[in-house]
Design a protein around this ligand. Structure first.
Ligand SMILES: *[C@@H]1O[C@H](CO)[C@@H](O)[C@H](O)[C@H]1NC(C)=O
Ligand SMILES: *[C@@H]1O[C@H](CO)[C@@H](O)[C@H](O)[C@H]1NC(C)=O
Ligand SMILES: *[C@@H]1O[C@H](CO)[C@@H](O)[C@H](O)[C@H]1NC(C)=O
Ligand SMILES: *[C@@H]1O[C@H](CO)[C@@H](O)[C@H](O)[C@H]1NC(C)=O
Ligand SMILES: *[C@@H]1O[C@H](CO)[C@@H](O)[C@H](O)[C@H]1NC(C)=O
Ligand SMILES: *[C@@H]1O[C@H](CO)[C@@H](O)[C@H](O)[C@H]1NC(C)=O
Ligand SMILES: *[C@@H]1O[C@H](CO)[C@@H](O)[C@H](O)[C@H]1NC(C)=O
Length: 628
């Protein structure tokens, strides 16, 4: 039996523990004063536990009847872990003599059976942390554990079947700081149930069946989680008392009106996502407007509601807001024009609404760094809208209908109208958006990307490392600039291309596939290839194409390759087939691959959001024209 096998090693440890701080003593492990006996099919603790054992881990065993004998008559534990056993009986008064016991984990047992005996466990005089989760406990059953627990600070009753919190539930455990009741079926909380707990700072009531809170008055509470209930209403008590609440999670409920929050508050985090909000009004009647100052609020999530508008005035009271999520609503117009509005906000998420109009005034949103606008109906935008955001560096605009302006074409310099070429009625300008590093523009039906679209932005620092998009769909693509990225290869491509000029300068290309070369060869007229770490002998095909075909390589003087016999890179014009004897590589493979890669990269840029940060090198003065 396991119990007897342990005798000798445990004795050894108790005499010589200091000599070896961690010893493996099968089947239990003894680490200093901790005895770890998890998952050993034990019905009780080893009889020869060392004196002064502080922690006993008996989790995942077969303990059924928890008595002094089961614990080998030891009383000096600080931490007892009895999680995942089959405990259905506890000897009354068992813990009375354990005057050091601070942490008691009884989760995942059958304490509902014990509770049916209607006998208390006796005092838990020193226990600070008690885990009773997943025990099938229903209303009133926790009383047998809480009646005399004066030191209890942390209590978990998660995953039980409690339907009601009675007024006296916690009257024997007045030191509670943290209570977790996640995943029960609580329908009712009696008046006064939590009010007597003056130290209570965290209350998790998530995943229950609570329908409304009408008189919230827990002034000392810091974190309240009511997520995943059936809440329709949240109302604070009408009081001028200061509430210490910092975190309020009301997500995944059925709330119709903006919660009525405490007037004197320091709230920092408010999540009302996935509810039924139709307006940010506090109630249906206009006279009860929300006039609560949310001066400390840093995070506000009202995504996944049914909001059709959010008036600008709503944000006037939020001087500290950093993250605002309004996405997945039905907002058609969004404007922030009041000077100095939302001065600290860094992230605004307006994705997946039905935005047709977006207006930002001068000197609003001075700290905004990230703006998410994907999945809207934006067609026209105030051209200079992004230039007014001095710190914007990340912009998601995919799935809209935007046109991009030329850098010259801005509000100060009216676009020429006398030419027969018609200027797009509305376009958005990105030039001179000085901190813009990431821009996503896929699925905008872009027909044309002006040459200087990104002039005076940091977007020239392209950094695409791979491209897996099939560019053969773009049958009219003629000019592709993929220069200054980190491309190590080009994706595969089956159809012949129409690409006439291709810029692959300044990438990480080592070899090029023959198939790519073939796909490009008939149309390609100009190829830029300099500043790549090409391998000489695996790229003989490229050399051959350059020498033989009509392709012009304007930067041929800086096209070099690496050869094992030469310390310095060799200019590709000086390379001969003779220098690569014995390598056996097909000379034609390299060129083809290169060409294919280029085309695909260009397509990816405009069609796929995740490639969006790689943009054209405006300095190279090439144009990516996509006539789809
Ligand atoms: C638990 O063990 C104690 C002491 O051995 C015994 O008196 C009691 O009847 C047992 N309870 C159950 C439910 O087996
Ligand atoms: C109570 O829970 C908190 C959060 O998990 C933890 O930091 C703290 O140490 C716990 N207190 C005790 C006495 O277990
Ligand atoms: C509230 O509870 C839900 C469900 O357990 C959890 O996902 C969420 O993170 C909690 N919220 C906070 C603010 O802790
Ligand atoms: C919200 O309040 C405003 C101002 O009182 C009112 O005009 C508007 O109709 C209200 N919206 C809803 C949905 O009740
Ligand atoms: C709302 O957006 C913020 C910031 O973009 C994000 O952190 C949060 O997870 C989003 N909320 C939901 C419910 O996805
Ligand atoms: C924007 O909010 C939505 C939820 O509405 C979320 O799924 C998405 O991840 C958020 N975007 C970012 C970039 O945080
Ligand atoms: C480009 O990508 C490389 C590797 O992915 C990374 O180390 C480097 O910091 C990036 N450069 C810029 C300017 O983002």
């Amino acid at each position: 039996m396991a119990t007897f096998q342990l005798l000798f090693p445990l004795l050894l440890v108790s005499c010589g523990a200091s000599a070896s701080p961690a010893r493996q003593l099968p089947p239990c492990q003894v680490v200093q004063m901790d005895v770890l006996c998890s998952d050993l099919s034990l019905r009780s603790a080893p009889v020869n536990l060392p004196r002064g054992v502080q922690m006993l881990d008996l989790s995942r065993n077969q303990v059924q009847n928890l008595t002094r004998e089961t614990l080998a008559f030891h009383t000096d534990f600080r931490h007892l872990n009895l999680r995942s056993n089959k405990i259905h009986a506890i000897q009354p008064g068992l813990f009375k003599d354990m005057t050091d016991l601070k942490v008691l984990d009884l989760s995942k047992n059958r304490l509902n059976v014990f509770a049916l005996s209607k006998v208390g466990v006796g005092p838990l005089t020193t226990v600070e942390s008690l885990d009773l989760s997943s025990n099938g406990l229903y209303t009133g059953m926790s009383d047998y554990f809480l009646a005399d627990s004066p030191s209890l600070a942390n209590l978990s009753l998660n995953g039980n079947s409690i339907t009601k919190i009675a007024q006296n539930t916690f009257s024997g455990s007045l030191s509670l700081r943290r209570i977790s009741l996640h995943n029960n079926v609580i329908l009712e909380i009696e008046d006064g149930a939590f009010e007597c707990l003056h130290h209570l700072t965290e209350l998790d009531l998530s995943k229950n069946s609570i329908t409304c809170i009408t008189d919230f008055n827990l002034y000392n509470l810091k974190v309240l989680n009511l997520s995943k209930n059936s809440m329709e209403l949240f109302q604070s008590a009408c009081s001028t008392h200061l509430y210490n609440l910092l975190h309020l999670d009301l997500s995944e409920n059925k709330i119709l009106y903006f919660p009525s929050l405490p007037r004197a508050n320091v709230l920092e985090y408010l999540d009302i996502s996935r509810n039924h909000l139709q307006s940010v009004n506090v109630s249906g009647s206009p006279e009860k407007r929300n006039n609560v100052f949310l001066n400390h609020l840093k995070y506000l999530d009202i995504s996944y509601n049914q909001l059709q508008s959010v008036p600008e005035s709503f944000f006037c009271l939020m001087r500290s807001l950093k993250v605002l999520n309004v996405s997945n609503n039905c907002i058609a117009e969004f404007s922030l024009t009041v000077e100095g509005l939302l001065p600290t906000v860094k992230i605004i998420n307006l994705s997946y609404n039905s935005l047709r109009s977006l207006t930002f005034g001068e000197n609003t949103l001075q700290s905004l760094e990230k703006l998410f606008l994907q999945g809207n109906d934006l067609t026209t935008l105030d051209q200079q809208v992004f230039q007014r955001l001095p710190n914007i560096n990340y912009l998601q605009l995919q799935q809209n209908n935007l046109e991009i302006c030329d850098s010259q074409q801005n509000q100060y310099e009216p676009a020429p109208t006398d030419q027969n070429q018609e200027v797009p009625p509305g376009c958005v300008s990105f030039s001179s958006v000085r901190n813009l590093h990431f821009l996503y523009l896929s699925e905008n039906d872009l027909q044309h990307l002006p040459a200087n679209a990104f002039a005076d932005t940091p977007l020239k620092e392209n950094n695409m490392s791979s491209l897996n998009t099939d560019l053969s769909l773009l049958s009219s693509l003629k000019h592709v600039d993929l220069s200054t990225n980190q491309l190590t290869s080009l994706p595969e491509w089956n159809k012949e291309s129409s690409i006439e000029s291709l810029n692959l300068q300044n990438n990480n290309l080592v070899t090029l596939e023959y198939s790519t070369m073939l796909a490009l060869e008939h149309s390609l007229k100009t190829l830029y290839m300099g500043s790549n770490p090409l391998n000489c002998c695996s790229n003989l095909g490229f050399l051959h194409m350059v020498q033989r075909s009509a392709v012009v390589v304007p930067d041929i003087e800086i096209v070099t390759c690496v050869h094992k016999d030469f310390a310095e890179p060799v200019n590709i014009e000086k390379l001969t087939a003779g220098m690569c004897h014995g390598s056996g590589t097909s000379a034609y493979v390299v060129v083809g691959v290169l060409a294919l890669l280029v085309v695909m990269v260009a397509l990816g840029l405009l069609l796929d959001a995740h490639y969006g940060e790689i943009l054209l090198d405006e300095k190279s003065n090439n144009t990516l024209m996509m006539n789809l």
